[in-house]
Design a binder for this molecule. Sequence first.
Ligand SMILES: [Mn+2]
Length: 310
Amino acid sequence: MFENIIPYINRHDNILILPHINEDGDSLGSAFALRLVLTSMGKRAFVMLSAYHGYCNFLYGTQDNTPLDEYSLAISVDCAGIERLGERKAYFEGCNEKVVIDHHATNVGYGDENVIIAKASSCGELIFHLAKELGVAITPEIATNIYLAISSDSGGFRYSNVSPDTMRIGGELLECGAQSVKVNELLFESETMEKLTLMKYALASLETFNNGKVACITITHDQFLQSGAKPEEMDGLVNIPRSLDTADIAVFLRERADGTIKASLRGNENADVSKICAFFGGGGHIRAAGCEFTCTIDEAKRQIIEKCII
Ligand SMILES: [Mn+2]
């Protein structure tokens, strides 16, 4: 699987690892697992993060993660396009050689060599195979980082991206000492008070339309400020209306500091939310899309619900 990039890894000793911006569990788990794989081979490797540092206290290989004077090889992980490196793009481009490891189908391959396997559940799954092909022993620390990566992208091994191979890798990671219970508690059973406060506001705002087929929540900017939550803690709130058993379409409207409204929509197999959002100048995928409004949150709700009911 990795025969095209293993020579790159073998001939470089100062390696820069770059996960995508707004790092999620997969990009962080993959990046720090790869760092441990490389350092166990006697190489120097540094994970350069963007401003977001969630999960980093939990992952292994973060404590002694210090920048090097120079890098000769850059490896991007879980990063679908070079723009998704954000301000770190120049570091990637500045390396003599560049390699891309990813599982996004839309990745066109912006490295000298690329391993892009869209059927993999996560980039973590690919790092597991890479470690095996490099002949590196999977320590409990590497296993835990990879487990977090896979679990994060697969909703705890639940989503449709989970293949028989994903489950086999999960089993092998447990044999290698992955701390699966701790990982899943962190990812799925642990929220800050600020996030729970946001969820309280979201639940209180829940309304349904069209006999429960459309479910909508709102968060005003005042509620966001009162909660004390971080902006990224708004992510995922759309799962509250989506979880309503009768809902085909879930709508989450949030008011930004400048008064504009961001709408996030989710649809099941009975709905195409990309069409609804395109009507308002937005876009996205059939099952997940978004658009913006420059009006009050109530007016935005009225307009988008009207389109959802057609
Ligand atoms: Mn991923």
